[in-house]
Design a protein around this ligand. Structure first.
Ligand SMILES: *[C@@H]1O[C@H](CO)[C@@H](O)[C@H](O)[C@H]1NC(C)=O
Ligand SMILES: *[C@@H]1O[C@H](CO)[C@@H](O)[C@H](O)[C@H]1NC(C)=O
Ligand SMILES: *[C@@H]1O[C@H](CO)[C@@H](O)[C@H](O)[C@H]1NC(C)=O
Ligand SMILES: *[C@@H]1O[C@H](CO)[C@@H](O)[C@H](O)[C@H]1NC(C)=O
Ligand SMILES: *[C@@H]1O[C@H](CO)[C@@H](O)[C@H](O)[C@H]1NC(C)=O
Ligand SMILES: *[C@@H]1O[C@H](CO)[C@@H](O)[C@H](O)[C@H]1NC(C)=O
Ligand SMILES: *[C@@H]1O[C@H](CO)[C@@H](O)[C@H](O)[C@H]1NC(C)=O
Ligand SMILES: *[C@@H]1O[C@H](CO)[C@@H](O)[C@H](O)[C@H]1NC(C)=O
Length: 624
């Protein structure tokens, strides 16, 4: 299931996304497989698995989530690894990330300490409703590089990635006494392409850097599965296991691709059927977590849909790490099957936080250093920026008098807020089908500003190749070319330093005018007795009066909010809270007559509001 804006249902539906010598070391003390079973330490091993991606879960809670997995009866944790977070720019490796969430070695240490096994799903392409399916945005700037193909440049960077990842986690492979049993090659490649030379080359790179058996994982239909398998690599399916296992059985003729059946992404209606097949499986997701900061991806089946910050997924363990009804059903089914009833892990109730007024303290688009002048717009990646916003500013010289429809290059990538002399004149947004049009007139002395938001690169579906953001091509008003431009990046991974700390009162309040450019708001709150730094302080924070923006708590980017929904509140890990806390909000569309108020709730509500910017949506009922 994919959570995107305008989708409210939590029903489980089939997703989208969703090596080495096969004659393996069965009977040895490590891990291997026959045609019908995996073997661990010489004994048959059925993976009763579930997926948790460490980079979507606060590091402080990794152990808690793993204990909950074990308490539900799982024995194996499948994880995607997000390359784009680990290598934010070429050759720059970040094994820390937000509060240690990129420390993949520590993740596998935690898996090992919990007594669980692991399956590594490194990508580079992982889909996963993440920005560009986990591939770094800067790949688009490397000359002649084509992602997901047998392309020397893509394979070279994949090689570096596997090499650096391997240095971190080598000792956590089962061959070295660690928990990692298997590594996946690519991800659902059969749904995308048919270049076996590419997948074979990728498999060879994994073999170069790791000492792990490998598998492929493809959708189980006749149109999806056949192009996925790689000679010498165990071929597996995901999705509907009833169909998938049959397809697999009928399609594989290469004995080096044969082995025990595994559903690598089981979108469970119930677990009994698959358990009784004695097949291995991984619940996708066991615990989804959160697309913190700007890490969400997008979909495009004719128009862009931005994935929400929440990756709750309707999973057995919800976004906050609390079991929902499904957790207990699955636990019971697994216990019936295995005959073992693991101990329950206690969960603390979440907390409420009473209203926190947020004061407008600064505007975003202040003149600053670091601007670039250019005749034509420059796209985001070319500026060395992967996420966030870019401002393109044009000042009309004396004598100009042009009017007409605004054309931002080859189209909005993805949401263009249009201002003339600091007044918002409209929104051109790729998530509307078709995007709205904005007609303006510009005369000498006018300042035209286009603030362009990256709403998330597509991770699945057709237009995967060109995922550059910002403006590509020239801007026209009617048939008039607009040039030159002053360009400013606003990647805003954190709020500006000047806003952080010292309470709120040192900053004078600013006045918000009608149709204003984006504004920074700030407020403070105390925990008042709840234990700072623990899950007891977990809350769902909503921004009443907010339309669309970014939420920062204690300097950490918690991700985007948008009134259209379905997520009307953001999960705040109590582990990131202190006795005294600071909320900073970047509101892109501040309302002149509305106060912004943050409040925390222990209960989450999902719903959609009408989109105030969508003219054609006005009549539609958003809550059928
Ligand atoms: C068996 O496992 C040991 C480590 O436990 C390893 O050194 C050895 O290479 C393995 N043998 C085979 C045939 O894989
Ligand atoms: C699986 O069965 C095929 C065909 O019978 C055989 O060639 C192959 O060796 C078997 N593979 C394993 C891993 O046992
Ligand atoms: C790590 O990545 C860098 C480039 O980012 C590469 O030069 C280096 O060889 C890689 N290390 C390994 C062990 O592959
Ligand atoms: C890119 O491809 C072109 C055309 O094949 C070639 O001339 C050029 O040298 C390539 N550049 C790089 C950096 O590989
Ligand atoms: C587990 O077994 C018990 C006792 O037979 C039964 O009541 C329960 O419905 C079973 N649970 C599941 C999920 O199958
Ligand atoms: C939070 O407030 C709601 C509504 O007043 C209440 O039902 C809930 O019990 C409160 N939660 C906690 C943990 O106090
Ligand atoms: C711009 O042109 C329009 C029509 O061509 C005209 O009505 C208007 O007065 C002009 N404005 C300025 C400021 O020159
Ligand atoms: C905007 O204009 C284009 C033509 O430039 C048109 O195809 C499209 O339908 C218009 N959008 C809306 C919402 O009317």
């Amino acid at each position: 299931m994919v959570q995107s804006h305008r989708i409210v249902s939590l029903a489980i539906m089939p997703t989208l996304c969703l090596g080495i010598p096969w004659a393996s070391n069965v009977g040895n003390s490590t891990f291997g497989y026959s045609n019908t079973s995996f073997y661990l330490h010489g004994r048959p091993y059925q993976m009763i698995g579930g997926q948790i991606d460490p980079q979507r879960v606060p590091r402080e809670y990794w152990r808690d989530r793993l204990e909950h997995a074990k308490a539900m009866g799982l024995n194996t944790i499948f994880s995607y690894i997000f390359w784009n977070e680990l290598e934010p720019s070429p050759g720059v490796w970040d094994w820390d990330g937000i509060r240690g969430m990129n420390d993949i070695a520590a993740w596998y240490q935690a898996v090992q300490d919990a007594g669980l096994q692991a399956v590594l799903r490194p990508g580079g392409y992982i889909c996963g409703e993440r920005d560009w399916g986990g591939m770094p945005a800067w790949l688009s700037q490397i000359q002649n590089l084509t992602v997901r193909s047998n392309n020397p440049q893509f394979l070279e960077h994949s090689d570096y990635y596997f090499g650096n990842l391997s240095q971190q986690i080598f000792k956590y492979q089962v061959s070295q006494g660690g928990p990692i049993l298997l590594a996946q090659v690519e991800n659902e490649y059969g749904q995308y392409g048919s270049d076996h030379a590419y997948t074979a080359a990728l498999s060879a790179l994994i073999a170069k850097h790791f000492n792990l058996l490998q598998y492929t994982n493809d959708g189980g239909s006749q149109t999806q599965f056949p192009n996925g398998p790689v000679h010498g690599v165990l071929a597996e399916i995901d999705g509907d296991p009833y169909q998938g296992f049959a397809t697999r059985k009928n399609s594989i003729s290469d004995p080096t691709e044969m082995g025990p059946s595994l559903d690598g992404e089981y979108y469970f209606a119930g677990a009994s059927w698959i358990l009784n097949q004695a097949s291995s499986f991984s619940l996708y997701m066991f615990h989804g977590g959160t697309n913190f900061a700007f890490s969400n991806g997008g979909l495009n089946f004719g128009q862009l849909e931005a994935v929400t910050t929440s990756y709750d997924y309707g999973a057995p363990l919800d976004e906050s790490g609390r079991p929902r009804e499904l957790y207990w059903e699955l636990r019971s089914a697994i216990a019936n099957y295995t005959g073992k009833t693991p101990n329950i892990v206690q969960t603390l109730p979440m907390s409420n936080i009473s209203d926190v007024p947020l004061r407008p303290v600064a505007t975003l688009l202040e003149e600053s250093s670091g601007t670039i002048k250019s005749d034509s717009p420059i796209n985001m990646e070319q500026l060395g920026q992967s996420y966030g916003y870019i401002l393109y500013r044009y000042q009309a010289p004396y004598g100009v008098n042009i009017s007409g429809q605004l054309h931002p290059g080859d189209g909005p990538r993805d949401r263009v807020l249009v201002y003339v002399n600091g007044n918002k004149r409209g929104v051109i947004d790729a998530t509307y089908n078709p995007p709205q049009n904005v007609t303006i007139q510009i005369v000498g002395g006018d300042v035209l500003e286009l603030l362009v938001e990256n709403q998330g690169r597509v991770d699945y579906s057709s237009p995967l190749l060109d995922q550059r953001k910002g403006i590509i091509g020239d801007v026209y008003i009617g048939s008039n070319l607009v040039s030159p431009w002053t360009i400013q990046s606003y990647s805003v991974p954190t709020p500006p330093q000047g806003l952080i700390g010292k309470g709120t009162n040192h900053l004078p309040m600013i006045t918000v005018s009608a149709n204003s450019t984006p504004v920074w708001y700030k407020g403070n709150f105390k925990l008042d007795g709840r234990v700072a730094g623990t899950a007891a302080a977990d809350t769902f924070l909503s921004i009443s009066g907010g339309i669309k923006g970014v939420l920062y708590v204690n300097g950490y980017n918690l991700g985007k909010y948008w009134t259209v929904g379905p997520a009307q509140s953001q999960y705040i890990p109590g582990a990131w809270l202190r006795e005294d806390n600071e909320i900073i909000v970047l509101e892109l569309e501040p309302q002149v007559d509305k106060e912004l108020v943050a409040s925390g709730s222990s209960e989450r509500v999902w719903y959609n509001n009408p989109d105030p910017d969508c003219i054609s949506c006005k009549s539609a009922n958003p809550n059928p």
